[in-house]
Design a protein around this ligand. Structure first.
Ligand code: SF4
Length: 449
């Protein structure tokens, strides 16, 4: 992953730096500026990274789903539901019916021209056949089930989803100040990159998620935002559990669905894939994906970087060349990129490391015409850590100013949700101790349909 997990802990507040909000509602955000010029190329599954994703309705575009369900109108109606976190198998089945608490609300969210339409028994049976291993073709209760939810005082909301095989994955909704939310999403359960400061890294990799399981996180997050009146999810960062490059095929497929106007309707400019870069090729895998590329560098110095990311097999110069090549393969106006650094006290927060990082960043901007590079500084959140500590505010500010003075754009990410282990990767690793508290209701609770 990316910094992610790393950051995991931190619970990031992402997007503020890398994505510019359009101010439009998710439903009207244009998707395709990037998609049109960067059509996702789904790479072949390789033996090492394997985990070919199972594909169900959530991973199907309109045409493919129309073919399966027997009509474009049926597919549109199903996606009207999925895109707002409603399971059509439940809504049009017998579980939610007229008179139910949420029925009228849900109906009002479906486009007027299809509000009176329904998925009849035959269509529901075809939908169920797309998920033969899950009960009744359901995403909710089939692909995944919400098993735990917690909310911090700043409304950062963590969801733990139990998958069909009983494993659990976490995702975090981070409300921002400007009426939008960022979703920190996971690509794997555990991670094999073993970054020394990362809670997820200590789990090892249990398995990669399918594209349906990745998209189910957005599905549930949209539902929770609707029910708990949280701001719409407009941004997605792959900074939860797992390394996206180790599950590239499913991640790319998921991003493709997220950024399709008729599906999840997200802007490519508001999705960031963050990779720790197991190899220079990691960047190439996402070069054509409609998203912002982010690299979790943590240190520009090879020796220090190897201590923080012990699975690193390449020098920083070799990895940087892969990053440069990937950026050069993108259209100039889509060369915004990020370098992410989890700052730890006495480890990588000195002026020397700032100078090394500035020089490292300059080579990238000098090599890639039109590149807008932003360094994201993420003060380490030392919850439960004994090896690494949070840097002082003075050290973080001095680091940032050192970069600025050398012409390198830098942003310090605000840590969010401290009171609820909000950092990605923390919930799954602490859920046993949290479980007992899971009965506690989030603030402003509403019925979960
Ligand atoms: S161990 Fe994996 S999830 Fe954790 S920071 Fe490293 S790459 Fe990211």
């Amino acid at each position: 992953m990316r910094v992610s997990a790393i950051l995991s802990f931190l619970l990031l507040v992402p997007a503020a730096c890398f994505v510019v909000s359009s101010g439009r509602s998710p439903a009207t955000v244009g998707t395709f500026c990037l998609s049109s010029s960067l059509s996702p190329t789904v790479p072949e599954v390789d033996a090492e990274n394997g985990d070919a994703p199972a594909v169900g309705a959530l991973s199907m575009g309109l045409d493919e789903l129309a073919e399966k369900l027997g009509g474009l109108g049926r597919a549109r109606l199903a996606w009207d539901c999925y895109s707002i976190g409603i399971d059509p198998a439940l809504f049009f089945g017998s579980v939610i019916s007229p008179g139910a608490e949420d029925f009228e609300t849900i109906s009002s969210l479906i486009p007027t021209k299809r509000r009176s339409h329904t998925l009849a028994k035959e269509a529901l049976e075809k939908l169920a056949a797309l998920y033969p291993d899950t009960a009744g073709g359901k995403v909710e209760g089939g692909v995944a089930k919400l098993s735990y939810m917690s909310q911090a005082s700043d409304n950062t909301t963590k969801l733990l989803l139990r998958l069909a095989d009983g494993l659990e994955v976490e995702t975090v909704i981070i409300p921002m100040a400007d009426s939008r939310s960022t979703l920190c999403i996971s690509s794997q359960i555990g991670c094999k990159q073993a970054c020394t400061f990362c809670a997820t890294g200590r789990m090892g990799k249990l398995r990669s998620l399918t594209s349906d399981e990745i998209l189910a996180q957005l599905f549930f997050a949209r539902k929770i935002c609707r029910l708990y009146e949280l701001p719409h999810i407009t941004n997605v960062v792959f900074m939860g559990m797992g390394e996206p490059a180790d599950n590239a095929q499913a991640v790319i497929k998921a991003v493709q669905i997220m950024t399709t106007r008729s599906l999840f309707q997200m802007s490519a400019h508001k999705i960031a894939i963050s990779t720790v870069a197991p190899s220079p090729d990691s960047f190439r895998r996402f070069a054509k994906t409609p998203c912002t590329l982010a690299w979790s560098v943590h240190a520009a110095n090879d020796e220090l970087r190897k201590k923080l990311v012990p699975t690193t097999k390449y020098t920083m110069a070799e990895l940087r060349q892969g990053f440069i090549d990937a950026l050069l393969s993108r259209p100039p106006k889509f060369r915004t990129a990020m370098l992410e650094v989890a700052l730890m006290a006495g480890v990588n927060d000195s002026q020397t490391e700032a100078d090394e990082l500035a020089e490292f960043a300059r080579v990238i901007t000098d090599s890639v015409p039109g590149c807008k590079l932003i360094v994201n500084l993420i003060p380490f959140n030392d919850i439960g850590q004994d090896l690494f500590q949070k840097p002082s505010g003075e050290a973080v500010l001095a680091f940032q100013k050192r970069l600025w003075r050398q012409g390198v754009g830098a942003h310090t990410r605000v840590t969010r949700g401290d009171d609820e282990s909000a950092a990605c990767g923390q919930l799954a690793t602490t859920k046993k101790t949290k479980r007992a508290a899971s009965r506690a209701q989030p603030r402003n609770p509403k019925k979960i349909a």
